[in-house]
Design a protein around this ligand. Structure first.
Ligand SMILES: [Zn+2]
Length: 134
């Protein structure tokens, strides 16, 4: 059997799909650009694509000491919630640090202007007043 990487003609033995890690990664990148998932054999070797990380490491690093870092990410659902909705939900969540809701609050605090935050009814913590985007 030939290596699954389209541009490679090396033979592979046993159950391997690619002759090398290099070919596996190259093919994985090629596949990511395509929407078709008809070839399930190839689909299984594609590295899991992470959802877009809205809160990036530099954003977390820019948080002042003492501010709890969110361990989750905002999603389409939390993006639609009002500031009040977020507050109400956050109060009801036990594992709030890992919640999408807390991630959304921090995301808004870091990406909105003070004016936008105030207009939306978002509670603005003291640290946000001095905070500057990195
Ligand atoms: Zn190969």
């Amino acid at each position: 059997m030939k290596c699954k990487h389209l541009k490679c003609n090396n033979e592979v033995s046993g159950k391997q799909l690619f002759c090398s890690d290099k070919c596996r990664k190259a093919q994985s990148r090629t596949q990511l650009g395509q929407t078709s998932k008809s070839d399930s054999a190839v689909g299984q070797v594609i590295d899991t694509v992470k959802p877009e990380q809205l809160i990036t490491q530099p954003m977390l690093d820019s948080l002042p000491i003492g501010v709890v870092h969110p361990s989750g990410q905002p999603d389409e659902h939390t993006a639609r919630l009002s500031a009040l909705d977020l507050k109400v939900r956050l109060n009801a969540i036990k594992d709030w640090q890992a919640s999408t809701v807390y991630a959304e609050v921090v995301y808004r605090l870091l990406t909105s202007t003070l004016e936008q935050l105030e207009q939306s009814g978002q509670f603005v913590p003291a640290w946000r007043g001095q905070w500057q985007a990195a």
